[in-house]
Design a protein around this ligand. Structure first.
Ligand code: B12
Ligand code: SF4
Length: 464
């Protein structure tokens, strides 16, 4: 039997293998041949790449839903059965079932062997809703499937799932549960020992639960790894935690600041963020050789047109190594989606079904500006943050600085500058170019103005 596992791409995808599929491959009986196809590495061409395998499994998030459904349709036309799973089918199982033979809504670890056995007996079910698995039984992902040289050279490792925080825009607590579940430290350490020096933790929040993370990082210290991960500000407020992370090999953290405004972080539910403390926390991280990649979101109900310029200025003053700016996106299954829907503010409630969804966002009516202003301000923030002046002004080398800050800083920023200009401002697409335009979609240019809509933000003085 041949099973093909497919990781579809969106314009926001990165050259990283899909861990969930590596785990499913590890849970697949050894007599099944597993093929791994990554749309990021080589854009999937329906005319060229559809194969005569026995079963296909596709990992779907909301940004890749449309593309996943198109790929699924091509296989099903050929008589190949398709199973969909991942965060989007978990939130939208009924929709996913319209495009697949079977859907797994939830973490598939426990149920995957059963899905395969059902398929082999010719009794594939329609909808599987597994219990949340005990991560003590989570296998190491099958990394032998991830062969492309295009992948960034960090090995992805997961230590925990679930999150109790109530951030309104986030899918995690709905999909993965409202409690933390951890892999035993010994399992993580054994997996790390089998891998190379560079590690990326695919956790939402490293060090969020110090009673787990401290023993983990202590055990990692002798391994000599260099690792990067995502982290909430709550985790790095304490000097002792920062010291331990640095000692265990942490070189950079991706931190969800979300906003520089106190009112906004309270409104989003991200209560652990205290904007007044941002600069001090970053300076402390820099002093311990940890670079910071900040993440900000625009479009919250408390955001006004001045937010773009103020955010970029603050991000420069914080001396962030890099930053990403996202448009607030109503992902299905989130409290944000439910609220905007109930307030009648979603302009295209199934935006993810559009083939051009990346070009037309935001798909909701902001409270204090028009959609055009929001999109224009978002583009401006990207180009201003990656202006040559900003790149220069943010550069800082401290005694403890790691290679990411010394050797990596300028190449990484110049790459991001290219992305800002070509993709964000120029609208250049890699994946949309491979599909037909959506005939029935409403026009991608935002057309709805909010009450009290402001003018487009002016160009920042730092921009070149
Ligand atoms: C690591 C990560 C990334 C990485 C790596 C992605 C990669 N190549 O794997 C990077 C940084 C690149 C990234 C990028 C983005 N991400 Co991201 N990411 C994550 C994160 C933190 C972990 C994902 C992961 O590896 N989990 C570990 C594996 C084991 O779990 P899993 O993938 O869910 O798989 C399990 C189940 O879902 C299921 N399953 C999955 N696939 C399949 C397939 C089949 C056939 C079956 C049966 C089951 C199944 O079984 C698996 C085993 O239990 C999640 C948050 C989270 N906790 O899920 C966000 C998350 C997935 N990301 C999210 C977003 C929004 C993004 C971005 C759009 C952000 C941006 N603005 O740029 C981009 C673009 C994503 C894209 N597809 O293009 C959202 C998605 C929301 C949604 N509804 O779609 C999440 C949920 C975060 C959040 N806070 O809401 N991301
Ligand atoms: S944004 Fe981070 S802290 Fe908030 S709910 Fe999601 S995973 Fe938890």
């Amino acid at each position: 039997m041949q099973l093909e596992l497919i990781a579809p791409a969106s314009e926001d995808s990165t050259y990283l293998p899909r861990m969930g599929l590596g785990i499913l491959a590890a849970l697949t009986p050894p007599d099944v041949e597993v093929l791994y196809t990554d749309d990021v590495v080589r854009p999937f061409d329906v005319a060229r790449d559809v194969k005569d395998v026995d079963l296909v499994g596709i990992s779907v998030d909301s940004k890749t839903a449309r593309r996943s459904y198109d790929i699924a349709a091509a296989y099903r036309r050929r008589g190949v059965k398709v199973v969909l799973g991942g965060i989007h089918p978990t939130a939208m199982p009924e929709e996913a079932l319209e495009h697949a033979d079977a859907v797994v809504a939830g973490e598939a670890d426990v149920v995957w062997p059963e899905v395969l056995a059902d398929f082999r007996r010719g009794e594939l079910g329609r909808l599987y809703r597994p219990e949340l698995p005990d991560l003590a039984r989570m296998p190491d992902a099958r990394r032998d499937l991830f062969r492309s040289k295009k992948y960034i050279p960090f090995q992805v490792v997961q230590t925990m799932r679930g999150c109790p925080y109530p951030c309104e825009f986030c899918s995690v607590s709905t999909a993965n549960g409202k409690t933390f579940r951890f892999r035993p430290v010994a399992h993580v350490v054994r997996e790390l020992e089998s891998l190379g020096k560079l590690v990326l933790f695919a956790d939402d929040n490293v060090m969020i639960h110090p009673t787990y993370s401290r023993p983990l990082f202590e055990a990692m210290t002798p391994l000599g790894k260099h690792w990067i991960g995502q982290c909430s500000l709550a985790a790095v407020k304490e000097l002792a935690n920062v010291k331990l992370m640095a000692q265990s090999g942490c070189k950079a953290l991706f931190i969800g600041f979300e906003s520089i405004d106190e009112e906004t972080v309270r409104h989003t539910g991200k209560r652990q963020n205290r904007p007044a403390a941002y600069r001090d926390i970053i300076a402390m991280l820099h002093d311990h050789g940890i670079s910071v990649w900040g993440s900000f979101v625009f479009g919250f109900d408390t955001d006004r047109p001045s937010v773009f310029e103020r955010t970029v200025e603050e991000a420069i003053a914080m001396k962030l190594t890099m930053a990403s700016f996202a448009l607030l996106t109503p992902y299905p299954g989130t409290p944000l989606y439910a609220r905007l829907l109930s307030e009648g503010r979603l302009t295209d409630p199934r935006w993810w079904l559009r083939r051009d969804h990346d070009a037309g966002s935001p798909y909701f009516v902001p409270r204090h500006m028009s959609r055009e202003t929001l999109r224009a301000g978002w583009v401006q923030a990207w180009t201003d943050f990656y202006s040559y002046r900003s790149i220069w002004d943010r550069f800082t080398v401290r005694a403890a600085s790691s290679w990411i800050q010394t050797l990596g800083y300028f190449p990484l920023n110049l790459l991001q500058r290219q992305l800002a200009h070509h993709k964000i401002a120029g609208g250049q697409q890699r994946h949309r170019a491979h599909v037909e335009p959506e005939p029935s979609s409403p026009p991608p240019v935002p057309a709805v103005a909010a009450p009290g809509a402001g003018a487009a933000p002016r160009r920042l003085p730092i921009a070149r």
